[in-house]
Design a protein around this ligand. Structure first.
Ligand SMILES: NC(=O)c1ccc[n+]([C@@H]2O[C@H](COP(=O)([O-])OP(=O)(O)OC[C@H]3O[C@@H](n4cnc5c(N)ncnc54)[C@H](O)[C@@H]3O)[C@@H](O)[C@H]2O)c1
Length: 448
């Protein structure tokens, strides 16, 4: 089928590429000229496992093209995806300016029937607003082409986006049009062979489903962080508790890792937007408010501990920081806990020596050159000359470090671990102090 995708970010680029890979004829449109020029030259703007070869193969096969020319994109696709950003507005609501701009662009260039498929995460009622925007422009043009607006929320995970798009758990289609449903079923047939993953529902339910999914996952994270706080105060080990409850199939092991709170481009903004939506109906979402509050507190935990360890005297201290990306296998630093921590350390006068396997370029882009940030080429280089270590992202490469070398390099032999990567007893044997989440802290002074 002929498909156009507006927005070549984490969602649009991956979805467009995966659709091309099963044989659809795909054009991706973006207003970012540098990004499109790079993609045309085979440069992949994001780190996503497996994405680069797939883009290059499908580009070479002529099934995947990139353009900034919206008219060309609208002329091409019988199905047109909207996969642009929906960042939080100042009041926490989802800012729909990009989505509505694309809707108007499509209406400006449509020359026949089209199906608009919304993949951006948008509040309930947005499909109606998209339809109204299209209708308005068509009216201005004095034309009347039939069109459908379908809600088809995206559930991919950054870091596993290609695999998720190739093998989705479910494909939610929100529509009241049997013809649009049939077109989407045809589009997704190659992904729906093993068993039926397509869940068809009305548009508003589909829009809410996406927020409900992210809010549920955010709730699990905040819940576990709450238990971690309790465990610390009660002398329990949250890792034992995690295994103890995860083994219950009603609970499961996913998303119950205690840590530094949720971050990234989705959970924080989507929880905020759902709170905003709830309030707009005069309903107070007590649970979501608590989820958000717990998360905000949790994001400060590592800084508070480092600050307390140094008695509030952080000026001139050098903190090694492992992990910049908001989670492993991505270079995305949007709302990353590393940012809250670094910014708090800088405000207190400390310097940071950071290492991340893939997000260092993104860190340079975000922060530019600054004297209190060194981007170290290796995890070990980040430790050299540092007073202590803070671990923020659970990359595999941080899991089995050389603890003897770490103890030798860190002046204060102290590790603040926001991801519970290590066995506390092991660090104690190397004379390292260790502060993790939901487990009793140990001080190096008492160990050697
Ligand atoms: N990133 C994720 O893991 C994820 C997962 C599921 C859903 N979502 C949702 O999908 C949407 C997109 O997220 P993302 O992470 O891919 O965003 P992104 O910021 O990575 O990419 C958005 C792209 O849209 C482009 N764009 C903006 N206005 C445009 C226009 N008028 N025409 C063409 N292109 C335009 C931008 O230049 C950018 O390249 C959001 O609503 C997000 O909440 C994201």
């Amino acid at each position: 089928m002929k498909v156009s995708v507006f927005g070549t970010g984490y969602v649009g680029l991956v979805q467009g590429t995966v659709l091309a890979d099963v044989g659809h004829d795909v054009i991706c449109i973006d207003i970012d000229e540098a990004k499109v020029a790079g993609l045309k030259a085979g440069e992949i703007p994001i780190h996503e496992p497996g994405l680069a070869p797939l883009v290059l193969e499908n580009q070479a096969a002529g099934r995947l093209r990139f353009t900034t020319n919206a008219a060309e994109g609208v002329a091409h696709g019988e199905l047109i995806f909207l996969a642009v950003g929906t960042p939080p507005d100042e009041d926490g609501s989802a800012d729909l300016k990009h989505v509505l701009a694309v809707a108007r662009t499509i209406a400006r260039y449509m020359d026949g029937p089209r199906t608009l498929v919304n993949k951006s995460t948008v509040p309930v009622g947005t499909a109606d607003r998209v339809a109204a925007a299209v209708r308005e422009v068509l009216q201005e043009r004095g034309v009347d082409y039939p069109f459908d607006v379908v809600s088809n929320p995206e559930f991919l995970k950054e870091g596993a986006a290609v695999a998720d798009c190739k093998r989705p758990d479910r494909i939610v289609i929100g529509t009241d049009s049997p013809a649009a449903e049939a077109r989407l079923r045809e589009l997704y047939a190659p992904f729906n062979r093993n068993h039926d993953k397509i869940v068809v529902m009305d548009i508003r339910s589909a829009e809410l489903t996406k927020y409900a999914a992210n809010a549920m996952l955010a709730t699990k994270i905040s819940f576990m962080n709450e238990i971690a706080n309790l465990a610390e105060r009660l002398g329990a080990d949250v890792e034992a508790v995690r295994r103890g409850i995860g083994s219950d199939p009603r609970i499961g092991y996913h998303f119950i890792y205690p840590g530094l709170g949720y971050g990234g481009s989705c959970f924080p903004k989507d929880v905020k937007a759902l709170i905003h939506t709830a309030r707009s109906t005069d309903f107070s979402p007590e649970l979501l408010l608590a989820v958000e509050r717990r998360n905000e507190a949790q994001r400060r935990v590592l800084f508070d501990r480092i600050n307390a360890f140094y008695g509030g005297e952080l000026k001139g201290k050098v903190v090694a920081l492992w992990g910049l990306a908001f989670k492993p296998n991505t270079d995305d630093m949007r709302e990353a806990p590393s940012r809250s921590l670094m910014e708090a350390l800088w405000a207190a006068g400390a310097r940071v020596q950071a290492h991340d396997p893939v997000a260092m370029q993104e860190a340079s882009r975000v922060y530019g050159e600054r004297s209190d940030l060194v981007l170290a080429a290796t995890p070990t280089a980040a430790l050299e000359g540092a007073d202590c270590l803070a671990i923020v992202t659970e990359w595999q490469t941080f899991r089995v470090p050389d603890f003897a070398q770490m103890a030798h390099l860190l002046k204060d032999r102290m590790v603040f671990d926001g991801r519970n990567l290590y066995d506390p007893a092991l660090l104690a044997r190397h004379g390292l102090g260790y502060s993790s989440i939901g487990r009793a802290a140990q001080d190096p002074a008492q160990q050697v």
